[in-house]
Structure formats: structure tokens, C-alpha cells
Design a protein around this ligand. Structure first.
Ligand code: SF4
Length: 283
């Protein structure tokens, strides 16, 4: 069994944004218990380590950074197991986390990369999605540079947002410019996830899904650039004239019997291997 990423879900459903594509409304419900299940988290980490995972992504059903104590304890547990510890966030809390020395503390515990959820290089467009408190990428980069934290831009593509080769090129250029402020930036793009249920979110995502035609155009364009890494679940990392670009699909799992893309450790100690199916758990 091979695993590339261990995702640890911290906190509950609380969030400071209201994205129309929010996945928390589309995946099975979780029970949030502020008492962290340390023993179960160690089991999940040991499994991930034995199965070759190099990255631990601290993420949430809501916005992880509003559960700061939980993040403290999580980084402490996971950092000895994995070389790369990343934190997913919409970035809204970053100025507060800067002032309260949380970022400094998390860096000292082993956090190295902030994986910023975003949809566009234009701040105004991001504010249409995440709300008025969404920061510009330059502001975010400035804060992270203070602590030598790396930035990964995790871009959700949808119809009307980043939805063409031209816009991807602008996103690549934005990442390149941010990289010139200090540490180079990693850029990941993925189409908005569509899951089948009858919720408003499901309706929005279906209406805004990138068409197969456009997605093929993007892949065809990317084909002209060198591939520096092929990911086991079908994603690939391209070199676009010196800027990396990872093209992936956020909920894809490799259906081979030998490989799981990831395992997910939930706050109640459940260890799962699929975001979508409640039945897909190991423990
Ligand atoms: S920031 Fe994340 S958790 Fe919050 S509403 Fe948007 S997608 Fe959902």
C-alpha cells in the first residue's frame, strides 16, 4: 500500500468565509471533539509513514486557523513523522496569527508551508468568493516571509474564474512575481469538485464546472512544457519557463488496489481513505 499524503482534519465546521463551492457541505458529516485523539493520530501517522507518505496536510471541514490550539497539538504530533508539514487556509486569519506569534510558534514546531486556498490572481475576484477580508497575495507573502514560511497557491478553477489557458498563464506569472519577494512559490490548480447531491453547493459547482473541452485545451497546452514530476493519482507537475505548475484533481483517488492517494485522520480518531464515502475507513 502506498500513500502520498496524510491529511489531518482539525477543528469543526467554523469558517470565516462562505464559498459557493465549499466541500464541507458535500462530504460526510464529522463529530467535532476539541479533545484531540492523540493515540489515534499517532496510528494514522505511523501508517502514513510506513506507506511512504512525505507530506502531512493540516486541513479542516471549516477554516483550520480558527482552531489554533488544535493546530498547536497537531503539528507537535505529526512533525516527527513527515518532512513536509503544510497548513491549508484561506489566509484571512494570517494578520492575527502574525500578531499573536502563532505563525512563529508553528514554524518552530515544524510547519513549513502555507497552502493558500484561492481562486484568482485578482484580489477583488477572490473577495467575491471568500468575502471582503480576503487578503492580497502580496500581503500574504509578506507575512509568511517574516517566518520563512513557504507559500503554495492552491487554485480552484471554475467557469468565470480561472477557466482558460490565458488565465492560467496570468496565474503562473502572479506566482512567479510572488516568488521574487523571497522564497519561490508552488502553484497547484484543480477544477472545482462536483459531487452528486441536491444541495445548493452541488448546484453551483455543476453550473461552474470547467468543461471537458476547456480542460483538454489546458492539458494540451501544458503538454508543450516539461513534466518534472508525475503524481501517482494522475496529477503532474510542469515547468512553465521556471515556474512550477501542478495540475491535479482534488478528490481523485487512484482506484488501483495497491495505492491510495491519501489517508485522512478525523477529529474523532477515524482514519479514512476517501473524502466522499463514509464507508471508506480503515479504523
Ligand atoms: S474557506 Fe474553505 S471551509 Fe471556508 S467556506 Fe471556503 S471552501 Fe468552505
Amino acid at each position: 500500500m502506498k500513500i502520498s499524503t496524510v491529511s489531518v482534519v482539525v477543528g469543526g465546521y467554523g469558517c470565516n468565509a462562505k464559498c459557493p463551492f465549499c466541500i464541507r457541505n458535500q462530504t460526510p458529516e464529522i463529530d467535532y471533539d476539541p479533545r484531540i485523539k492523540k493515540a489515534d493520530m499517532h496510528i494514522g501517522c505511523r501508517l502514513g509513514q510506513q506507506a511512504g507518505a512525505t507530506t502531512c496536510l493540516i486541513t479542516g471541514k471549516g477554516e483550520p486557523t480558527i482552531y489554533q490550539d488544535y493546530i498547536d497539538k497537531t503539528i507537535e504530533i505529526v512533525a516527527p513523522y513527515f518532512p513536509f508539514v503544510e497548513l491549508q487556509t484561506n489566509g484571512i486569519e494570517l494578520p492575527e496569527l502574525d500578531k499573536s506569534h502563532c505563525l512563529e510558534h508553528w514554524y518552530s514546531l515544524g510547519l513549513r508551508t502555507v497552502c493558500l486556498s484561492t481562486t484568482h490572481y485578482d484580489t477583488k475576484r477572490n473577495r467575491d468568493i471568500y468575502g471582503d477580508k480576503y487578503l492580497s497575495m502580496v500581503e500574504i507573502k509578506r507575512i509568511l516571509e517574516k517566518y520563512d514560511l513557504r507559500l503554495r497557491l492552491s487554485v480552484i478553477m471554475y467557469k468565470g474564474g480561472i477557466d482558460s489557458v490565458d488565465k492560467i498563464l496570468s496565474m503562473v506569472e502572479a506566482a512567479r512575481r510572488l516568488g521574487k519577494m523571497g522564497r519561490k512559490v508552488q502553484l497547484t490548480i484543480r477544477p472545482v469538485a462536483v459531487l452528486d447531491n441536491n444541495s445548493e453547493t452541488s448546484k453551483w459547482t455543476k453550473e461552474h464546472l470547467i468543461s471537458d473541452e476547456v480542460y483538454k485545451e489546458i492539458l494540451c497546452w501544458a503538454n508543450d512544457f516539461p513534466t518534472t514530476l508525475t503524481l501517482s493519482h494522475g496529477g503532474m507537475v510542469k515547468d512553465i519557463n521556471g515556474q512550477n505548475l501542478c495540475i491535479t484533481d482534488c478528490l481523485t483517488t487512484n482506484k488501483s488496489t495497491e495505492e491510495m492517494r491519501q489517508i485522512i485522520i478525523y477529529p474523532d480518531g477515524t482514519i479514512s481513505y476517501d473524502w466522499k464515502y463514509e464507508s471508506a475507513f480503515l479504523m
